[in-house]
Ligand binder design. Sequence first.
Ligand code: PEP
Ligand code: MN
Length: 371
Amino acid sequence: MILILTQDISHQSAEFRQLMDHLNALPGIKSRIHNEKGEQQTLTEVYLIGNTAPLSIEDMQTLPGVERVVRVSEEYRVLGRHKDDDRATHFDYNGVRFGQDTLNVFAGLCAVDTPTHVEAMLKALRDHGQVCTRMGAYKPRTSPYAFQGHGKNCLPWTFELAGKYGIKVIAMEVTHESHVDEIRAALDQTGNPTGVMLQIGTRNTQNFELLKIVGRQQEFPVLFKRGFGITLDESINAAEYLASEGNRKIVFGLRGMKTNMGDPHRNFVDFAHVPVVKRLTRMPVCIDPSHSVGARSRAADGLLDVFHVVAQGVVAGANMILVDFHPNPKAALVDGPQALLMEELPHFLEDVQLARETYLKRQGLVARYQK
Ligand code: PEP
Ligand code: MN
């Protein structure tokens, strides 16, 4: 059960203390407080854990400081959509809104390589009105002999360049606790010219200790990739690790499943799950066409497979697109063969816009036909 308290309630107030005294006296029930700091207000929620079945919603609603009560189902307690649950399905970070009703494009380099390539990418994004990007500094690779990313050394200049071109959010994978500290230190050192969304890659979807660490900080939002060889339920439960530790600024990323049934794509494209994740949870959903398709193959109609799957995901309501571009894919140190070219950026963005307009029109049809 979740008690949603009145906005901006002070934890020092008499009503808050009365409420907590009452809850602490309930037999077999433990309470856990979660503060959600928004740009304008702070929302406090109290999670009641234990046998809450005998507690009535009506009684709990009359307790001091309580605005609303939600009875949660067992699954996905924090992130799930529960009956009569009208909690937010969006969050704001560094001036950018991420929600189940918005769409953000994160085009960028799979891996940071040279300042020239990074700058060419960022300049193209700025010239096309983009404020988000992807830039990998820590790359988990199949072979120990492959390039693992430039790590912390590339962070200060990458962040400074991002700031120079008006980038507000960089999606950046972390594979170890120390990476979060290094990112924070580099942002501090450079005067916070940009923001970072920490990415949990598919190889770490069930790295529960990493999830707990990333979940305990609330400074950075998280792009959480679905595990490529586990069920959707297992992946959403893993995302719940982040949220149960306190960070619920999470975008859930679909990136394809590992099976040869998806051949000739690198992974089996799973964007049919966009509306499913939005129904089961309150998380915005990201699609990653680059790592799912994994190639620049072109369909008979002239469009790249990457464009086609993006359109499929966006028409189904995707909220974020993570996509690899590179100014010179032959020189890319990671995933060059799947990267889109700089000159394809305007075509890509216009194609995304078309698909988005179609999605919004489809929502209009729902409103018209399901009165
Ligand atoms: C990536 O986005 O660079 C990446 C490695 O993705 P995934 O974890 O989905 O393979
Ligand atoms: Mn990659």
